[in-house]
Design a protein around this ligand. Structure first.
Ligand SMILES: NC(=O)c1ccc[n+]([C@@H]2O[C@H](COP(=O)([O-])OP(=O)(O)OC[C@H]3O[C@@H](n4cnc5c(N)ncnc54)[C@H](OP(=O)(O)O)[C@@H]3O)[C@@H](O)[C@H]2O)c1
Length: 297
């Protein structure tokens, strides 16, 4: 029987791609903020009880990292309290719950890529709310996968790649943070990896071999925001003759102060994902060029 799949956050970067990648995995119902507002989960919880999906994938989240510093209770409601309620509803109907989290649960002080077992220590309100969401899911005795991802970009929505493409047409030079290291990760590959994991996880459940857990899910390799910006500008110059930027210089985080502190090391090890699900995401630069081709051609 085809699984019934509920996707939340259908208009976000990852949610948009999930609607496409999950379509072959089962019968999908995708809801956005208008149909399922996580500030008031009552009707969503009733919907889950009545429709009894086999799989719930939550890509809805409060993602405004700097605004969260002054709206921590709203971020906590959406990223933690609502998530715990959905996890409970999933457990009650026997659904597998897949949820996304972030490298911002860490303080970035490590010198190597983070493992799933490393102790979290968020630097900002958004990170605290996402960590609280992870803990809320784990407190429920249901089947879950928490997928920690990083530096997400997509053809749609607000993201670093789209901002760079806009600025490249407006400015001769750009100064971009060079001391934060991570792996920019394309929402499309997050969604495709999620679909692959979901099929395998549902099959493991049928064979009573499924284990809930946290998995890192980020592109292979590493770069800085400056490295990412440089690739975007170089690619854009070759494919768009309106690009003005001729110079991209690295600066330190302290030269670009923002309300929320960011970790300097956002690298996440993909070893567990490869070991348990046989998935390795493509290198960040390969994926970035594929996304740029989608945006610019
Ligand atoms: N973006 C990143 O760099 C990044 C990095 C690490 C982890 N993550 C995690 O990855 C997941 C997907 O992120 P994303 O980049 O796809 O985020 P996104 O593009 O910001 O999308 C988030 C979605 O959540 C929806 N949403 C916000 N408040 C809501 C509410 N009260 N009720 C229902 N829906 C609400 C938004 O709705 P509207 O469309 O109506 O605004 C939006 O569609 C999230 O869990 C995020 O925390 C993201």
């Amino acid at each position: 029987m085809r699984p019934k799949i509920l996707i939340l956050g259908k208009n976000g970067q990852v949610g948009w791609e999930l609607q496409r990648s999950m379509a072959l995995c089962g019968d999908v119902v995708a809801l956005g903020r208008e149909q399922a507002n996580l500030l008031d989960t009552q009707s969503l919880l009733v919907w889950i009880q009545q429709n009894r999906p086999n799989l719930i994938v939550n890509a809805a989240a409060y993602t405004a990292v700097d605004k969260a510093e002054v709206e921590e209770s709203i971020a906590h409601q959406i990223n933690a309290l609502a998530v715990g309620e959905i996890a409970t509803a999933a457990q009650e109907v026997g659904a597998l719950f897949i949820h996304y989290s972030t490298d911002y649960v860490f303080d970035g002080g490590a010198t190597t890529p983070y493992l799933e077992t490393d102790a979290p220590c968020p630097l900002n309100a958004y990170g605290r709310s996402k960590l609280a969401g992870e803990l809320a899911i784990q407190a429920v005795d249901g089947d879950y996968l928490i997928l920690r991802t990083t530096w997400v970009y997509a053809t749609r929505g607000q993201n670093f790649m789209k901002t760079m493409l806009r600025l490249a047409k407006e400015r001769d030079s750009l100064r971009i943070v060079g001391d934060q290291i991570g792996a920019p990760t394309w929402a499309r590959f997050i969604a495709e990896a999620t679909a692959d994991m979901a099929v395998k996880a549902l099959s493991k459940r049928d064979q009573s071999k499924f284990l809930s857990g946290i998995y890192n899910l980020s592109a292979a390799g590493e770069t800085s925001w400056h490295g990412f910006a440089s690739l975007i500008i170089d690619y854009a110059k070759k494919h768009d003759n309106l690009i003005k930027t001729t110079e991209v210089s690295p600066i330190d985080t302290c030269e670009y102060p923002l309300p929320a502190k960011r970790p300097l090391n956002s690298r996440l090890s993909g070893d567990k994902l490869n070991r348990d699900y046989g998935i390795i995401l493509p290198a960040w630069d390969v994926a970035a060029e594929l996304c740029l081709a989608d945006i610019l051609h």
